[in-house]
Design a protein around this ligand. Structure first.
Ligand code: NAD
Length: 363
């Protein structure tokens, strides 16, 4: 169901026939008080639709809609595969986080989130910080990931990185039959997650090469962990065992896929494949792909425990460690059925959330 609560920037029919519209329960486009934003609830069978609030200077509402529809869908599958009592949702604010972010904008977003009456729960994402979410929390209690604690802030990135690290370890064990010592890993993007991931990989004695569009970040990681670096244009075609995409979506596309020399793709980024059919091509080429929403679910697991008021890192890590077994199961099924890992994961995820009774009626 699609609603527009103020100005109609897109025809409702256009939204309903958008190529990324799936089984979405509720999509609202908001344009008021200087806030242009969209909240998409994909599915709430397993619980409230939970997912980050992204601020990005999209070129058009159409682009923003594409992103929020894809990301909210991914959150449903992610939480289902992580065994969490959460549904899938996401929100986007069309703005430049470096220039347009203001207290008024964040408060208006808080009001918009509140209008969903708990059907959608927001958390930090690209372009937002824990402090931004705390401002939204002045207007709504339906936010998460703002747990104030000295040792662990609300930022889920370290836990996401831990899950990705375990996923890489599992993929290497499955495909190469070894541990991480001496394994060559190319990390694309050393932001919040990538930085922590490099630390974990180095502590397991992997050989790491990094690239980032931000040269300061590269410099920090190279100095801190004594790793190699290369240009962003070269990172995916580097001669390595594993590629870990930890930057933006669509990292793997039709033009760069043939240049990949790695045997494994396993990283943090959401929507790593430009389109789902590339999963089949990776499978045919003998490249083991760890489905993104499975391997990067550490963040939503962390957010869930924050929401429950649980900050016992042993409890959280024990849940994150299940990512290894879930991936192993997907890899084995993929080999048994001779089908792409992302297709197998989609099927498993769908079976989990579609077998559950809806918790919220569409608003
Ligand atoms: P971030 O913004 O902190 O880091 C991303 C980094 O990628 C930045 O340093 C940026 O400069 C770099 N980058 C952008 N384009 C690049 C390119 N073409 N080549 C190389 N580097 C490039 O984001 P993050 O929080 O580390 O998240 C990374 C990815 O993981 C995102 O796709 C995010 O959606 C996903 N993810 C993050 C979490 C989390 O807990 N933060 C959880 C699940 C998924």
């Amino acid at each position: 169901m699609v609603k527009q609560d103020k100005k109609l920037s897109l025809e409702t029919n256009t939204v309903n026939s958008h190529p990324e519209i799936d089984l979405h329960e509720n999509v609202v486009i908001h344009d008021d008080r200087g806030l242009q934003a969209i909240i998409a609830v994909h599915n709430s069978n397993l619980g409230p639709a939970t997912g980050g609030c992204r601020i990005y200077p999209y070129a058009s509402i159409h682009d923003a809609l594409t992103d929020v529809l894809r990301l909210s869908r991914g959150m449903t599958y992610k939480s289902a595969m992580a065994g969490l009592p959460l549904g899938g949702g996401k929100s986007v604010i069309i703005a430049n986080p470096a220039e347009d972010k203001s207290r008024d904008l964040l408060l208006a977003m808080g009001d918009f989130i509140e209008s969903f009456n708990g059907q959608y729960i927001a958390a930090e994402d690209s372009g937002t910080t824990v402090d931004d979410i705390k401002v939204m929390a002045l207007r709504t209690r339906h936010v998460s990931g703002i747990f104030a604690d000295e040792e662990f802030g609300g930022d889920p990135s370290p836990v996401t990185a831990y899950g990705v690290f375990l996923g890489i370890k599992e993929a290497v064990r499955y495909r190469l039959g070894t541990d991480l010592q001496g394994i060559r890993v190319a990390v694309q993007g050393v932001g919040n997650v990538g930085h922590h991931l490099v630390r974990l990989l180095r502590s397991a004695k992997a050989r790491v090469i990094v690239a980032d569009a931000n040269s300061t970040r590269v410099g920090t990681v190279v100095k801190e962990f004594r790793v190699a670096c290369c240009s962003p244009a070269a990172i995916l075609s580097t001669e390595v065992d594993v590629i870990a995409p930890c930057a933006l979506g669509s990292a793997i596309n039709t033009s760069n896929l043939p240049q990949i020399k790695a045997k494994i793709i396993a990283g943090a980024a959401n929507n790593q494949l430009e389109h789902a059919a590339l999963g089949e091509e990776l499978f045919q080429r003998g490249i083991l792909y760890a489905p993104d929403y499975v391997i990067n679910s550490g963040g939503i697991i962390d957010i869930h425990y924050q929401q429950q008021g649980v900050r016992d890192i042993d409890v959280i890590n024990a849940h994150v460690q299940k990512i290894s077994a879930t991936l192993a199961n997907i890899f084995m099924e993929s080999d048994r059925q001779q089908r792409a890992t992302n297709a197998i994961a989609d099927e498993m995820g769908r079976a989990r959330f579609m077998s559950s009774v809806p918790r919220f009626a569409a608003a």
